[in-house]
Design a protein around this ligand. Structure first.
Ligand code: PLP
Length: 412
């Protein structure tokens, strides 16, 4: 086994030149994650158009599905998004710092005891899914005088969060009495990505009935996939998450969304091995010919799941090297992954170049398939070690400076 010579070494402390499709990256970066905020905004506009006249919110929980909640929320806000959903109060705090005070922020993950102050402090709204939560929230509002509002979450068949329909009926007299402080009534679909799943129609019927009793309160049922189930699922506000980030909300059909995330990782070594040599932990992959292997600086600790490994019996994931798909060789390890680049031109790549793990035709959904999971988990597992680059989206979030005031006309 010998290490392939390195034709040109890259000076340290410089940016890689954008030659041969290599994006500029800090010299120290093991990989580069590029989040295209313009693509997120384009996806939001498409969803908004699909759901009009319903309002289109933005779900930015789990750090904006791994893409950066503040950056995403700011870009969506600049595009006109006025309502945001997160899972936790900490996430709400991050989003509040990024969006105008007029934007509404709902916390989906349940109202915890003694947290009313924390909601009031950053002006965000709990999504209340249980009568005990509602009672505690009411006590807090009465004592503090806080009137920032809350959502009522009604379970219509998922049996996760939310009060029962019967419990929700108990709130209706209060709605009719007015001044109830409820700004949204919502439920969540369990199987929206399957167009013909009968659970969708059952949940729709149950939600339509109960929501109609909450007169004057905006209603919300649809996540990303729910938007594509038809207008009757869209109510007053839709709550897309995954589709904003380029995941296919209609897995039974072509993806209507634009890709958002591109992930590249650096080749740290190229080696030539003999026929019969094995690669990686356990020696599970055997070279069937004289083989060139590129060792890439991304592994399962970076969210490149070990489940996508290959062995002598099974192909794993692929990566794009110099414009061509190449297979992974052997087990993905914590920090490194081996790629079989034998079929490439000898001079096509060298040490220091980046290979593409997501992008150039490799979608988040394809990678999820190799990982044995869904695109959501791929995105929310994206590693913290990559350099992150944000494209577009008015990334600074600075509003354009107001024009200078007209000088007052001089009086004569
Ligand atoms: C996560 C979540 C959403 C967004 O779902 P996607 O499938 O990502 O569009 C909407 N509503 C609730 C209650 C959620 O938990």
């Amino acid at each position: 086994m010998n290490v392939a010579p390195d034709p040109k070494s890259i000076p340290q402390g410089t940016l890689l030149s954008p030659e041969a499709g290599q994006a500029a990256a800090p010299a120290t970066a093991t990989g580069v994650l590029t989040v295209d905020l313009d693509a997120i905004v384009a996806n939001w506009r498409k969803l908004e158009k699909t759901a009009v006249p319903a309002e289109c919110a933005g779900v930015v929980k789990a750090d904006g599905y791994g893409c950066g909640a503040e950056q995403v929320a700011r870009a969506l806000s600049n595009a006109g998004c006025k309502t945001f959903f997160v899972a936790t109060l900490d996430e709400a705090r991050a989003v509040r710092a990024a969006v105008p005070t007029t934007a509404a922020i709902y916390v989906l993950g349940g109202f915890f005891q003694n947290t009313g102050d924390a909601y009031a402090k950053i002006d965000c709204k709990p999504v209340i899914g249980d009568l005990n939560e509602l009672a505690e929230w009411d006590v807090f509002c009465r004592r503090s005088g806080w009137s920032g509002g809350s959502a009522i979450h009604i379970d219509t068949g998922m049996n996760r969060l939310g009060m029962t329909v019967t419990e929700a009926q108990g709130i209706v007299p209060r709605i009719n009495a007015g001044d109830h402080g409820i700004t949204l009534v919502m439920s969540h679909l369990a199987s929206a990505e399957l167009l013909n799943n009968p659970a969708n129609a059952r949940q729709l019927t149950a939600f339509r009935e109960i929501a109609s009793l909450f007169s004057g309160v905006p209603a919300s049922l649809a996540n990303s996939s729910g938007i594509f189930l038809g207008a009757q699922f869209q109510f007053d506000i839709v709550r897309p998450g995954c589709a904003l980030y380029g995941i296919n909300p209609t897995p039974e059909a072509d993806n209507p969304m634009q890709p958002v995330v591109e992930l590249k990782a650096r080749i740290v070594q190229i080696r030539n091995i003999e026929r019969g040599d094995t690669v990686g932990y356990g020696g599970t992959w055997t070279a069937r010919r004289p083989t060139r292997i590129a060792i890439v600086a991304a592994g399962y600790a970076d969210g490149y799941f070990r489940a996508a490994s290959s062995n002598d019996g099974t192909r794993g994931a692929e990566v794009v090297v110099a414009g061509r798909r190449c297979p992974i060789a052997g087990r993905i390890s914590m920090d490194l992954t081996a790629v079989d680049i034998t079929d490439l031109d000898r001079n096509a790549v060298r040490r220091g170049h980046m290979v593409t793990l997501i992008g150039e035709g490799i979608t988040v959904d394809e990678l999820a398939h190799h990982f044995g999971t869904i695109g959501y988990e791929v995105l929310t597992s994206l590693g913290r070690r990559y350099a992150r680059i944000y494209k577009g989206g008015n990334a600074t979030g600075e509003p354009p400076a107001p024009p200078p005031a007209e000088p007052a006309a001089a009086s004569t």
